[in-house]
Design a protein around this ligand. Structure first.
Ligand code: ZN
Length: 289
C-alpha cells in the first residue's frame, strides 16, 4: 500500500498552522503564518504547500463562520465575519484548484472535537463536545463519529446565560448579542471588564469566580442539550490556574445532580493539547480522501 500524503490547515484569526502528514496519525513538518489580509495569507499558504505536494487530500479546520454545505456555491468560504476583509473569502477553492485534490472542510472546533474523539480525551465516547475559550468562544460536537451540522455549524459560543449576580454592570462584547457567553466570558470580555487577562489577575480576584461560573453555565447547558461523555475545554483562557477546577465545582452545583455525566469526569482538558486543531485537519483530510 502506498503512503498517503495529506496537507493540513488550522486556519485561525491570528495565525494559520500548516502541516503535512503521511499515513494515519503522524504529523510531520509544520509551519505557522500570521493571518493578515486574505490575499497575502492564502498566497503564503499555497506557496508553502506547493513545495510539498502532491496530496491525496487536504484538511481545512477553519475559524468560523464558514460555509459547510457542499451543495452551496459558497462552500468553503468564510461567511459574514467582523474580521476586516475576510467576509466572503474562498479558502477551500484555491486549495482544491492548486493541488487538484479533495478538500475536507469543517470548523476548527468541530475538527478538534473529531480529533479528540478519535485519538484524545474523547476516545470511546458516543458524543464529545469541544469548547474553546480564547479570543472568542466556539463549540463543536461529534456524535457517533460525525461532526454536528445543521443549517450551518454549531455556534455554542453565542448561547445565552443568566448573569452572575455580581456582574450586573457590564454590557458584554459580542457585536451581535452583547452579553451572550462569548460577550461575557471570552478573553476580550475579561480584559474589557478587569483591564487584564484572567491569568494576570490575582488568584483571589472575583473575576475568576465570575468567568468560571459562566463557563460552568455553558457546560451545564451542553449537558442538557446533548449529555456528552466528555466536554473538552481548550483555548488560552483555560490555561488560567485554578479555572478548570472552579468550572467543575460550579457545574456540579448548577447541574443539581441531575445529569448522568459527573462534571468531575466529564469536564476535561484536551488529550491532544495544542495539537487537536491540526490533528482535526488530519481527520478531515482522511475523510475527504
Ligand atoms: Zn454572541
Amino acid at each position: 500500500m502506498t503512503r498517503q500524503t495529506y496537507g493540513l490547515i488550522e486556519a485561525g484569526g491570528t495565525k494559520f498552522v500548516l502541516g503535512i502528514a503521511h499515513g494515519p496519525d503522524a504529523v510531520g513538518k509544520t509551519a505557522r503564518i500570521v493571518t493578515t489580509s486574505p490575499e497575502e495569507t492564502i498566497a503564503a499558504m499555497l506557496a508553502w504547500f506547493a513545495e510539498r505536494g502532491p496530496f491525496d487530500a487536504i484538511g481545512l479546520a477553519s475559524f468560523g463562520p464558514v460555509e459547510l454545505d457542499p451543495a452551496s456555491p459558497s462552500w468553503g468560504h468564510i461567511l459574514k465575519t467582523p474580521k476586516p476583509g475576510w467576509s466572503g473569502t474562498d479558502l477551500a477553492g484555491p486549495l482544491a484548484q492548486a493541488f487538484s485534490c479533495r478538500v475536507g472542510v469543517d470548523t476548527d472546533v468541530n475538527a478538534a472535537a473529531l480529533a479528540e474523539s478519535r485519538w484524545g480525551a474523547g476516545q470511546g465516547q458516543r458524543c464529545v463536545v469541544y469548547l474553546t475559550v480564547g479570543t472568542g468562544i466556539g463549540g463543536g460536537a461529534v456524535i457517533e463519529g460525525q461532526t454536528l451540522r445543521g443549517l450551518s455549524h454549531p455556534e455554542m459560543g453565542h448561547i445565552r446565560t443568566p448573569r452572575h449576580p455580581e456582574d450586573s454592570g457590564f454590557a458584554g462584547v459580542c457585536p451581535f448579542h452583547g452579553d451572550c457567553l462569548e460577550g461575557m466570558a471570552s478573553g476580550p470580555a475579561v480584559i474589557a471588564r478587569y483591564g487584564r487577562s484572567l491569568s494576570e489577575l490575582p488568584a483571589d480576584h472575583p473575576g475568576l469566580e465570575v468567568i468560571a461560573w459562566y463557563l460552568a453555565q455553558a457546560a451545564v447547558t451542553v449537558q442538557a442539550m446533548l449529555e456528552p461523555g466528555r466536554i473538552i475545554f481548550g483555548g488560552g483562557v483555560m490555561k488560567t490556574p485554578g479555572l478548570m477546577e472552579r468550572v467543575r465545582i460550579d457545574a456540579e452545583k448548577l447541574g443539581g445532580g441531575y445529569f448522568r455525566g459527573l462534571p468531575a469526569e466529564v469536564i476535561v482538558r484536551p488529550g491532544l493539547g495544542e495539537r487537536s486543531g491540526l490533528l482535526g485537519a488530519l481527520a478531515l483530510a482522511q475523510e475527504a480522501a
